[in-house]
Ligand binder design. Structure first.
Ligand code: G3I
Length: 408
């Protein structure tokens, strides 16, 4: 009798059911041998809340301490049906745009925290955490900053001072309310080998020291927030693992220099037209863990070619299989690595996905369709999480003939 069986029998009700089952089996199989065997067996047991359509992803994931998240845009909060999905299914939210510098300081010294504050309040109301996104990125910078830098108005030191001020202001405002911050975002080249991009706007204008400084300032502003480096194609999505190796070298160097960094965010933007190795993703997450770092999937989605941007029906029937498969495999890589602490999708419905606006002819990237109905990918994530949380239910008892004689 193994430990699993013993603990089930110890549950009393299960033990009584087992004895009743033995009596029934004696009549059925008609041998004392079968009765003895049956007495030690357990009845089928499907854990309560194991798997039905009403069990939210966040509840299943919570059983193993994993957070399930989504990027949230204002429309997700303002539209009641979308709000209901976001509030019930996810327990970590990332603002899609509302904490980016362009949004929070549209004019120098003039702040607009409306979207960021709403997101944090929504998270509080939904008992969800927040991933702050993002403090130092070459994209979505305010026009005044871009214009002043282009005009040569700042020395490197003055630009670094502005970055420090930005980080102190934003991280300070939300001190104690942010679980993970994406401090630096997308600094690596897509080449093989990959490296910190010498033509990156921040590297050109402020110098490579902006990366360690950004982490140091974020830590000064909120000692408890987990500080992440975040990028795409660092989980083997480029086939070569070149970008993973560059990310590894970057964060290893930061650690060696005593810089406060706690995790690596793997964005997880996949496209069914490209090959991708789930095994490589798991190994890459383990590789980051070998440095003592946490990891997270931060922007998962799986895009494919569709009929049009409104209906977003895949044009290749095989995409209907590739789409849930790739979501499932990303999640399974996370489940296999205890240091991977959250799995966040970049939007939860095809209606609010960034994909159709950025990739001509592509869409269908999220787990809910354009009518906010769950797709197969949703159910795949749900069953992976259910099995992770509870284990698979024990098989139902059947009579099994003894295998003792060779077949003549
Ligand atoms: O807010 C303006 C609106 O006033 C204007 O009328 C409209 C016209 O196009 O544009 C609106 O701004 C758009 C903004 O999203 C808000 O919707 C920008 O054009 C658009 O470029 C911007 O796109 C965002 C993109 O980052 C910018 O690179 C996406 O929403 C956002 O989902 C996306 O998120 C990034 C992550 O931060 C980092 N990783 C990649 C990921 C996907 O690109």
């Amino acid at each position: 009798m193994d430990m699993r069986r013993r603990s089930f029998l110890a549950a009393g009700a299960a033990g009584a059911a087992g004895a009743a089952g033995a009596a029934a089996l004696l009549g059925e199989a008609g041998t004392a041998e079968a009765a003895t065997q049956a007495a030690t067996e357990v009845p089928a047991r499907r854990p309560a809340g194991f798997l039905n359509e009403n069990v939210p992803l966040r509840d299943l994931a919570a059983k193993i301490g994993l957070r399930i998240g989504s990027a949230i845009i204002p429309q997700d909060i303002d539209t009641p049906t979308w709000n209901a999905i976001a509030a019930s299914q996810f327990d970590v939210y990332t603002p899609g745009n509302e904490m980016k510098w362009q949004v929070v300081e549209p004019e120098q010294g003039v702040f607009d925290w409306t979207g960021a504050d709403n997101l944090v309040s929504f998270a509080d109301a939904s008992r969800a955490l927040v991933r702050g996104h993002t403090l130092c990125w070459h994209n979505q910078l305010p026009n005044w900053l871009l214009a002043n830098v282009a005009a040569g108005d700042y020395t490197k030191t003055q630009l670094l001072d502005l970055l420090q001020q930005h980080i102190f202001t934003e991280v300070g405002r939300f001190r104690g309310r942010i679980w993970q911050w994406d401090v630096c975002n997308e600094f690596l080249t897509d080449s093989n080998p990959s490296q910190v991009d010498p033509s990156n706007w921040w590297i050109v204008n402020a110098g490579p020291e902006c990366i360690p400084l950004a982490f140091t300032w974020a830590h000064e502003a909120d000692r408890n927030a987990l500080l992440f480096y975040n990028d795409y194609n660092i989980g083997g999505e480029d086939g070569s693992n070149a970008k993973h190796n560059a990310a590894f070298a970057l964060v290893q160097g930061l650690l060696e220099d005593g810089i406060p960094i706690h995790g690596v965010g793997n964005q997880g933007h996949l496209d069914t037209q490209y090959g991708w190795s789930p095994q490589l993703l798991r190994q890459d997450l383990e590789h980051f863990a070998s440095l003592g770092l946490k990891s997270a999937i931060t922007e998962a989605d799986v895009r494919t070619f569709v009929n049009n941007a409104t209906a977003q029906v895949p044009t290749d029937n095989l995409a209907l299989f590739a789409h849930p498969f790739e979501f499932s495999e990303m999640l399974k890589a996370v489940l296999a690595v205890p240091e991977a602490i959250s799995f966040t999708m970049w939007g939860f419905t095809d209606s609010d996905s960034w994909v159709p606006g950025f990739f001509t002819g592509e869409g269908y990237a999220t787990v809910y369709d354009v009518n906010q109905q769950p797709k197969q990918a949703y159910y795949s994530l749900q069953s992976e999480l259910a099995i992770a949380a509870h284990g698979a239910p024990h098989r139902v008892k059947t009579y099994t003939p003894p295998i003792t004689r060779p077949i003549s």
